[in-house]
Design a protein around this ligand. Structure first.
Ligand SMILES: [Zn+2]
Length: 154
């Protein structure tokens, strides 16, 4: 998919994880929960691919449940671009579990997963078709195109 420089997405995640691991108190946890990366490499890849399909979208849709990364209100679809680590891509090698403070992390991960599921349900209730694209799927142009082919064409 071209040669756009890749943002060190994994590095950012590791840095955030490293900081939180030092202080795993409630305040840190709350702060971490609010951290939302926007314009990450996988997200930019998805935006590009969606544009290539000729579909229009808006980004940072904070008025919609879960703030989908891309959305089209008139066509009623929403896309979440999820980091495999934070959002626990099942069976993915990127979804590792830290060996220290394991309970804390498992707890945090399960809250993320629950929040994601709630957002999807909420959007579907509003008549949205919801697509979750995983970070690892963005590494392959064909895999990504296959996923996006399910979106209603405009
Ligand atoms: Zn993955």
């Amino acid at each position: 998919m071209g040669s756009v420089p890749q943002q060190p997405f994994k590095k950012v995640e590791k840095r955030l994880a490293g900081k939180a691991a030092l202080r795993t108190d409630a305040a840190t946890s709350a702060r971490m929960g609010r951290i939302r990366q926007s314009g990450t490499a996988p997200e930019l890849t998805v935006r590009r691919a969606v544009s290539t399909l000729g579909l229009r979208y808006t980004v940072r849709n904070e008025d919609l449940p879960g703030s989908p990364d891309l959305a089209n209100r008139s066509r009623r679809w929403a896309i979440f671009v999820h980091g495999c680590y934070w959002h626990r891509h099942e069976g993915c090698h990127k979804a590792t579990t830290p060996r220290t403070n394991t309970d804390f992390w498992l707890n945090k991960f399960s809250r993320n997963v629950a929040r994601d599921a709630a957002a999807r349900v909420s959007l579907k209730r509003r008549g949205y078709q919801v697509l979750t694209v995983w970070q690892c799927e963005c590494e392959s142009g064909t895999r990504l195109t296959a996923r996006l082919a399910r979106l209603p064409q405009s």
